[in-house]
Design a protein around this ligand. Structure first.
Ligand code: G3P
Ligand code: CA
Length: 249
């Protein structure tokens, strides 16, 4: 659904109402009419691409320890739903290939965040690219990372894929960075984004996709600013808020 060209992406699926980074959360986003989902990718011990936010399993799953130290067989035994709510017991930790298989049943865009800001995960960029190509998802993914070297690698390995620079806080030399990098997506945290910064990024040809707006007032503020995508934990609420703003505006 597109409202005045503003798209809604469900952050970590629909994190506000469902266990983050699970198929249940992604399915909820699809059902509410979101335009896309955002999710996070790490690398397991045997090279499996694992959809989870943290480097460790403890906060969101029934397992413990680092994702990088677990094989896919071990990760398959983990429960990614029960800690969120009992009714989500049995929800699995998804692998990227499973998300892409699931995505064949819908047309959601997918913002794949490469989580290399804390651990390097040697070779993860190529593995993600291989999976995107294998599943023919080239037109549906945006690869982003706080680690801009990962985005540089993707640019070299797969220049045809859409890429975005993630920021938490904005550097003084942002304009220069955006000019130098010549990427197409600018993903700032919503509190750092100003009208002026939005204009600078737009003028340089960037799509602006702030994260994460969960209050109606913030969503309308970003919509008025003219951002391209709003990432939110509550896509259903965000879509309602945008519709109502549009109807009354
Ligand atoms: O991609 C935007 C946002 O997801 C970055 O923050 O911590 O939720 O991965 P985080
Ligand atoms: Ca993320």
């Amino acid at each position: 659904m597109i409202l005045q060209n503003i798209k809604i992406f469900a952050h970590r699926g629909s994190k506000g109402t469902h266990p983050e980074n699970t198929i249940a959360a992604f399915q909820k986003a699809a059902e509410t009419g979101a335009d896309g989902i955002e999710f996070d990718v790490h690398l397991g011990a045997d090279g499996e691409l694992v959809i989870i936010h943290d480097e460790t399993l403890d906060r969101t799953t029934s397992l413990t320890g680092y994702v990088k130290d677990h094989s896919s067989q071990e990760l398959k035994t983990g429960d990614a739903g029960v800690k969120y709510a009992k009714k989500f017991t049995g929800e699995r930790i998804p692998f990227l290939r499973e998300v892409f298989d699931w995505a064949k049943g819908n047309d959601l865009l997918m913002n794949v965040e490469i989580k290399t800001d804390k651990l390097a995960y040697e070779g993860i960029e190529q593995k993600i690219i291989d999976s995107i190509r294998h599943h023919q998802m080239e037109q549906r993914v945006i690869l982003s990372s706080f680690n801009h070297q990962s985005i540089e690698k993707v640019k070299l390995l797969a220049p045809e894929l859409e890429r975005a620079l993630l920021f938490e806080g904005l550097p003084d030399n942002l304009e220069q960075i955006l000019r130098d990098k010549q990427e197409s997506g600018f993903h700032p945290d919503k509190n750092s984004l100003t009208e002026a910064t939005n204009e600078i990024a737009k003028t340089l040809g960037y799509k602006v996709r702030p994260w994460v707006a969960n209050e109606e007032a913030d969503i309308i503020k970003l919509a008025k600013m003219g951002v391209d995508v709003i990432m939110t934990d509550f896509p259903e609420m965000a879509l309602k808020a945008l519709k109502s703003w549009q109807a009354n505006g």
